[in-house]
Ligand binder design. Sequence first.
Ligand code: NDP
Length: 263
Amino acid sequence: SNYGRGDVFASHTPSRTDPIVYSMSPTTWLVTGANRGIGLELVRQLAAVPTNLVVATCRTPEKATALTALKTSAKGALHVVQLDVSDFDSVRALPPKLAPILGETGLDYLVSNAGIAVIDSAFTLDPDALLDVVRTNAAGPTLLAQVLLPLLERARTRKILHVSSTSGSMGSVAGMGNRVHRLVASYAVSKAALNMLAYKQKVEKPEFTVITLCPGWVQTDMGGENAVLTPEESVAGIIRVITDATTADSGKYLRHNGEEIPW
Ligand code: NDP
């Protein structure tokens, strides 16, 4: 119908479920590691939706040309913000940078995607390299959720997605014969830690929906060109999983297609 917005406000108290008010208040997302790979594709698909506001974070925005280029095709709002998840000062400096972007809206979805991998083995790995991987893949996402908690609580969607890996699954790696899965020790330790973090977050905040997810084997710099999934396929699944998830799913360890992964 052709009624104006003023009529809606006059007739009843606006709420987030009111379709008109909802369309005025975007669904807000923050993605880490958004300059390439899965993170870049997440931002591309999310920013293609007019009702989304996407905060795409990366270590070096001045060099993130593929990400910046998405601003021309984006139908939703797209903001690029500097964030190095392994630099705790950088993480702590994030909320004040988000205030002018998010205003009173808060943050609906936190997508912790940034990650690093090294090929190493349990009896030969460099313990400092292990700490570096754990810092980026587990400690960074932990601190990020802490500093963004007030913004997540304000928005009420309260969803956190940790991009993990089947490498962190005790129930999966034992059956994996290939060499890479027998190696990547530091990475596997970091993703197992991230999985437990997701479970701890779910227990501490039952009103949140926290999912730890394996994107599949994806064609990126990390996954390599022999990977079976394109970023488009993986990310379409990832977005479906996290948008469909409810508090009843919180604490689940899922694949990009929604299947449960054994811990
Ligand atoms: P890529 O190596 O292609 O991209 C990694 C992204 O993480 C880059 O944007 C990189 O930024 C960013 N990043 C790394 N360290 C930091 C940091 N300290 N602060 C901020 N950003 C950082 O990997 P994918 O896109 O393939 O991987 C994304 C996620 O998916 C990771 O968590 C990975 O473990 C997981 N995953 C991927 C699989 C695959 O097959 N591809 C399989 C299973 C899990 P920069 O350019 O600055 O380095």
